[in-house]
Design a protein around this ligand. Structure first.
Ligand SMILES: C[S@@+](CC[C@H](N)C(=O)[O-])C[C@H]1O[C@@H](n2cnc3c(N)ncnc32)[C@H](O)[C@@H]1O
Length: 206
């Protein structure tokens, strides 16, 4: 199983509970870091957000970009359409399935907190698709929890409770990316949430 949606964790499949939990653990600061230090959106850019959840990252993106969000959770997408009407286009779908025709249109594709929900086959498909959807010189930017040798026991425990069942090592994330992108830069990210946690961010260029 790649994504746990049953039991106690099933409650987070509902947009209200997901948003309340994410806000509580400090999502805003993590989004600010991701946008400012990793994604670095420029005026007029076309951005594609895979695994966009409830679309909350739009609160941290500038107004002068064009945004498309894609996620398998219909309740999250309904929330995004209601909350951010006019700010973007929101599409329901799974990484493993056929997408709408995104090819060759984006300055940046990004996936915040998605790779650790995907098994290797789905991750390979995502990297290959992202490379195909980017304009020449475009970037694919990700950030996920990581199994890091210096992570505290508390961080390891919390990461182990995530709905995503495919948390990888830094080398694991990087190896996936390198099969599809000639330029890959990785960064361990600590302290962006209020809880003990360690992330790994990738910036991949075609
Ligand atoms: C940790 S959440 C991150 C959501 C959003 N990026 C955010 O930061 O709020 C992971 C998201 O990936 C979506 N997801 C998981 N597996 C997916 C798949 N196979 N195809 C499409 N979306 C998926 C989930 O529905 C969820 O919204």
């Amino acid at each position: 199983m790649s994504h746990v949606s049953t039991g106690l964790r099933g409650i987070f499949e509902r947009s209200f509970f997901y948003n309340a939990f994410q806000k509580g653990v400090g999502r805003d600061r993590a989004f600010q870091y991701f946008v400012r230090e990793r994604l670095r959106p420029q005026a007029g850019e076309q951005l594609l957000d895979i695994g966009c959840g409830t679309g909350t990252i739009l609160e941290f993106l500038p107004q002068d970009i064009a945004y498309t969000g894609f996620d398998m959770n219909a309740d999250y997408i309904a929330h995004a359409r209601a909350q951010y009407a006019g700010r973007g286009v929101f599409v329901v779908g799974k990484v493993e399935a056929e997408y709408p025709d995104f090819e060759g249109r984006y300055d940046a594709v990004f996936a915040y907190g998605l790779l650790h929900h995907l098994d290797d086959a789905a991750s390979e498909k995502l990297f290959a698709d992202a490379a195909a959807w980017l304009k020449p010189g475009g970037r694919f930017v990700t950030m996920d929890p990581v199994w890091h040798e210096e992570a505290s026991a508390a961080a390891r425990w919390l990461i182990g409770k995530d709905r995503g069942q495919n948390v990888r090592s830094p080398e694991g994330y990087k190896a996936l990316a390198k099969r599809h992108f000639p330029q890959v830069e990785g960064q361990t990210v600590r302290g962006v949430l209020r809880i003990p946690y360690v992330h790994y961010a990738l910036n991949c260029r075609v």
